[in-house]
Design a protein around this ligand. Structure first.
Ligand code: TEU
Length: 522
């Protein structure tokens, strides 16, 4: 739902919230896996353009692309070697321009992935930086002398392995910091040249008509100059889960000024477990919005979901911040795999698409995909995340609508039923459930913009209401694998995981793992 300035004013929304809401429902594409046109078994930009009709029918308002820039692919694009170009694997700048136009014609905006914390070790900035201690780019990265024993400068642990976050550079005799792979050196945001260069990167893409960005691990960019040791209980814990420095908010202020010039948006990946910390990254002088991953990491348990929602809204509503929710992404096993059943994944989708906050979908979840089983000899990701990155099946043919039957990763399971064409043909499919949910959200100001309040519900059933002015919806989710009857206000079923119930009166009965949206009787 697009929110004009006038409507935002009427509703008393902050500018940050208005811009966040305006991106509606966002669909994440992992470009390697969406659709291939070149025949090399890796998805590409013309492939995404060929798939826009699917996005339009789904009804999404925005698309976020995981990185498409030139990269040695040590972390599959999250190691950027050039921020202002497109990797030939994915196509050309002209392909990107065409995609922006194709999406724009359908009123879908494009968000790129901006990776501000680190570059590739093959980026020209890092090659210069490591060439000599006197190079003007030396200070663009975080270099430190060895500890007195010759070991790393502090006890920080990197991601993806229980190893130091430092690599020694023989040539210049110092260590450089990398919170992720050694091929992903951390930039030094304390250096003004780095900040200006990154602003230049944002401008480059905003000038080309991009609507905004997803900012990769943006909470990591500020570093305390002392780089003090972690306390003993944190040794071995990668920093991305707790690193939280005040100075980052100042850097985000400079970023926000640029976004504001273009009326652009940004969603920060602030991977902190405490919503109270995450909201501090959101506001009119910092990020327009930030992911909150409380539900992404929650097991399929009614009490846990209830607690996460209660705590999150206390902090987000309390700070007048608009949350961003996701149940899947390219780093996390898919919902069907995590919860252990398609029925639960479908019920979870009802929650995702009826929350207060912007929902992000991960390509393939609308098809009910599970993770691919990746045999050992085909494992490619250093972080063990290949399963959720399997290619999207477009039909049931041997090549699943791709030019090759053997793409870069194995297919997900059950592609006979779980492909775009088959799901399209079956009105009871997960794809149609997602479409009905997105349409219901668009049709109801209570669902799109309204307030959130938990209702009492019965054990095993999560119940909440959304409302705005005269519009109201109730959501009931049966977390148990048996039917449940609850005492709830009567109304009409608007959307259900059991399609045959839609349009019928709601009397408090919920089938096995059923989730539904009710318009209460006034
Ligand atoms: O992810 C950050 C992050 O915290 C993840 O490493 C996550 O904790 C892990 O994957 C769980 O298995 C972002 C990107 O989404 C990820 O793909 C990149 O690898 C990472 O940053 C480095 O850029």
């Amino acid at each position: 739902m697009r929110v004009t300035r006038e409507l935002a004013e009427q509703l008393g929304m902050t500018e940050s919230s208005r811009r966040a809401v305006s991106s509606g429902v966002v669909y994440q594409i992992y470009p390697r896996s969406f659709r291939d046109t070149s025949g090399d078994g890796v998805g590409d930009l013309p492939g995404i353009a060929a798939g826009v009709a699917h996005l339009e029918r789904l009804g999404v308002d925005g698309v976020w692309l995981s990185p498409i820039h030139p990269s040695p692919m040590a972390d599959f694009g999250y190691d950027v070697a050039d921020y202002t170009d497109v990797d030939p694997l994915f196509g050309t700048l002209a392909d990107l321009d065409r995609l922006v136009a194709e999406l724009g014609e359908r009123d879908i905006s494009l968000l790129l992935d901006w990776v501000p914390n680190h570059t590739s070790d093959r980026h020209a900035w890092f090659e210069a930086s490591r060439s000599s201690r006197d190079d003007p780019r030396r200070d663009w990265y975080v270099w430190r002398d060895p500890a007195p024993d010759g070991g790393p400068p502090n006890n920080w642990t990197r991601h993806f392995a229980d190893e130091p976050a430092w690599t020694f550079d023989e040539h210049t005799g110092q260590y450089y910091l990398h919170l992720f792979l050694p091929q992903q050196p951390d930039l030094n945001w304390a250096n003004e040249g780095v900040r200006d260069a990154m602003v230049g990167v944002l401008r480059f893409w905003l000038e080309r008509g991009v609507a905004g960005f997803r900012a990769d691990v943006v909470h990591l960019i500020g570093k305390d100059a002392a780089l003090a040791d972690d306390p003993p209980e944190r040794i071995g814990v990668p920093r991305a889960g707790f690193h939280d420095e005040e100075i980052t908010h100042t850097y985000l202020g400079q970023i926000r000024d640029v976004l504001d010039e273009y009326e652009a948006t940004m969603v920060g990946e602030v991977n902190l477990p405490d919503a109270a910390r995450v909201v501090r990254y959101v506001g009119d002088d910092r990020l327009p919005m930030a992911f909150y991953f409380g539900l992404l990491y929650a097991p399929w348990e009614r009490d846990t979901w209830r607690d996460v929602l209660a705590y999150a809204y206390t902090h987000f509503d309390g700070a007048d911040a608009w949350p961003v929710w996701a149940l899947g992404n390219h780093d996390t096993p898919r919902q069907v795999t995590r919860y252990g059943s398609l029925a639960r994944a479908r019920a979870a989708a009802v929650v995702l698409l009826t929350l207060r906050g912007t929902p992000f979908l991960y390509a393939g979840e609308e098809l009910g995909l599970a993770d691919a089983e990746v045999p050992e000899d085909r494992v490619v990701d250093p972080g063990g995340r290949d399963g959720c990155r399997a290619p999207i099946p477009w039909d049931a043919s041997p090549t699943r609508g791709w030019p090759t039957a053997d793409p870069w990763l194995p297919w997900p399971p059950d592609t006979d039923d779980h492909n775009v064409a088959a799901q399209e043909a079956d009105p009871d499919s997960t794809l149609h459930l997602y479409r009905r949910l997105i349409a219901a959200r668009r049709d109801s100001s209570a669902l799109a913009l309204g307030w959130f309040e938990l209702l009492d519900g019965t054990a095993d059933v999560l119940s909440y209401r959304r409302w705005l002015d005269g519009d109201e919806r109730h959501v009931h989710v049966n977390f148990s694998d048996e039917p449940r009857d609850i005492a709830a206000p009567a109304g009409t079923v608007v959307v259900s995981t059991e399609r045959h119930r839609e349009g019928a009166p709601f009397t408090g009965h919920l089938g096995t793992t059923e989730a539904l949206v009710v318009r209460p009787t006034p």
